[in-house]
Ligand binder design. Sequence first.
Ligand code: G3I
Length: 372
Amino acid sequence: MRNILPLLALGLLTACAAPEPQTKTLREAFDGQFLMGCAINVDQSSGRDVVGDSLIVRHFNSIVAENCMKCELIHPEPDRYNWEDADRFVEFGEKHGMTIIGHCLIWHSQCAPWFFVDEKGDTVSAEVLQQRIKDHIQTIVGRYKGRIRGWDVVNEAILDDGTYRQSPFYRIMGDSFIPWALACAHEADPDAELYLNDYSMAKPAKRQAYVDLVATVQASGLRLDAIGMQAHAGMDYPDMTEMERSMQAFIGQGVDVQFTELDVNALPNVFAAGNENAAVENNFEYNQRMNPYPDGLPDSVQTAWNGRVQALFDLALKYSAHVRRVTVWGVYDQQSWLNDWPMHGRTNYPLLFDRQYRLKPVMDKYLTASAQ
Ligand code: G3I
């Protein structure tokens, strides 16, 4: 009896240790096609999420900060920057030899309120805002010069109908805030790639607006490397044919594309048809009917979900010559923003790893294909 105890202990340890078998990794599966990225949170960049970190390091070769570089957090007051979390995020990427992406410099949401007003609370002039944008961008991009591959310079500037979002940036500076932000970022780090990033990129009016914007930026001689297509998807959006048309349109305009925030919402759409955007302002009352799978997806839903994920990865592979990166917006299901948006407390299944930290079978076809 005494002799088999160590064996039993070893068996137990083996059963508890690795959350998944030692198969090929996601980054190996897409090696030579595009970078495989994920958004990471501060628990992960600080090492508190040990299991999450083991997946990130093993499966991904690129990271983006889910929150800690957003204006409200990194630059909460005019003369105060919080560098701690952003520094740790960059150090995490460097330690693991990853391609590090900065997110995001100019965004109407999560922007510190001081940005648009003077000491009396009055809206600042275009000249003042211009200077604030410059200081903000050049301080942040300058701090990480040479360490961050590329920046989401402007996030979510255009609405689904193709008009400019009436953000404070737009109301004060008009559309000039976009080329201005690109110019400031380029001056701060001439080697950094620069991106414009947005959701609902399959919508034809939005696609056309971005094609026009890219043309304007190019005509001004400014650097713009890629359009970030966030790729927040659901069971019935986006229309993959329209998604492909958008990829073709952006590539045809002479810029690369990337899926920057991929996830597939498996739950019923709480918005009315046509309102499936990712604006974070809305949060509906919890509603049981809208949270139908607390114990796991039924087979039919899982199969449909797999189809949505594969359609996106297949598109990325089809255009891989012009796709720099596919980044998923989180690592495992329980950490996703989609458990709490647009309704708090739902059980969602949007990511590539499940709640037991296992890589989902949906990715098997790519792991197998790359092994041949
Ligand atoms: O930091 C506070 C924490 O102190 C507090 O205890 C907690 C209580 O709710 O809230 C924490 O802040 C939250 C933060 O995420 C960190 O978890 C904010 O309330 C919440 O609004 C914030 O949500 C983020 C959202 O952007 C808004 O910035 C999501 O995590 C993040 O996934 C999401 O990411 C955006 C992209 O940046 C742009 N594209 C759309 C995408 C999804 O909305």
